[in-house]
Design a protein around this ligand. Structure first.
Ligand code: CTP
Ligand code: MG
Length: 234
């Protein structure tokens, strides 16, 4: 098996607030993207990492990869991203060379995922699953509502059984040909890659996620990420 990781890193990070594109923001002095690249390259199975850079930031990302220490056994490519995450992933997939069997798609915004989680996802794909997602049980109860954009109270429509729900993380792992087919045939709004494989009617399986694989989305998440890094160094 040859395994590659595609890292969509082209988002602005609107919810994080004004500043550089989210993936280029520093966590304890090192750009979030570099942490995410190291997290993928930490797996001995990953031989290629494709970074999907902000559309006007490919040169800057190439320079960052050159400046930071990364494993010699891994190859790195940088391509410019698109308007949506889905488009960015598609552009990353298009850059993959022949001979890749397994593809991971990993958000740059999940810089601290442990290597054991990465390896568990890869192993489940190698064992025959066309799509694998790491996920955790929810801490909060979830309500389905009728959304109100104007801030007035929203009516509750249903309360799904929490025990059957999972919060999904990345890296998500795929049989390469299956993910390419999903990206060719599925259109419309999706927030992860596995849902596109679900729409093809194929089975997606869940493996245990990790609390340190949380997504840096809002300012409080930066505080948590820096605390996790400080704890690791202690
Ligand atoms: N992403 C991307 N291309 C886009 C949009 C998002 O590559 N056009 C990437 C982000 O860089 C991030 C991942 O997809 O690594 C998950 O997206 P999200 O956490 O939503 O990041 P942003 O879209 O940057 O943040 P926001 O939605 O707050 O603007
Ligand atoms: Mg986004």
């Amino acid at each position: 098996f040859r395994t590659a990781a595609v890292i969509p890193a082209a988002g602005r990070g609107v919810r994080l607030g004004p500043g550089a594109p989210k993936a280029l923001r520093a966590l304890n002095g090192t750009p979030m993207l570099i942490h995410a690249v190291r997290a993928m390259a930490a797996s001995r199975a990953v031989s290629l990492v494709v970074v999907v850079a902000p559309p006007d930031g490919a040169t800057e990302v190439k320079n960052l990869l050159a400046e930071h220490a990364l494993p010699d056994r891994t190859d790195f490519l940088v391509v410019p991203g698109g308007e949506t995450r889905q488009e960015s992933v598609r552009l990353g997939l298009a850059a993959l060379p022949q001979g890749i069997d397994v593809v991971l798609v990993h958000d740059a915004a999940r810089p601290l995922v442990p290597v054991d989680t990465v390896d568990a996802v890869i192993e489940a794909v190698r064992d025959g699953a066309p799509a694998v997602v790491p996920a955790l049980p929810l801490a909060d109860t979830v309500k389905e509502v009728e959304p109100h954009a104007d801030g007035t109270p929203e009516p509750v429509l249903a309360t799904p059984d929490r025990a059957r729900l999972r919060a999904v993380q990345t890296p998500q792992g795929f049989d390469h040909a299956t993910l390419v087919r999903a990206h060719e045939s599925v259109t419309g709004d999706v927030t992860d890659d596995a849902s596109m494989v679900e729409r093809l009617g194929l089975k997606v399986v869940v493996v245990p996620g990790h609390e340190e694989a949380f997504k840096v989305t809002r300012p409080l998440d930066l505080v948590l990420a820096e605390a996790v890094l400080a704890r690791r160094r202690a």
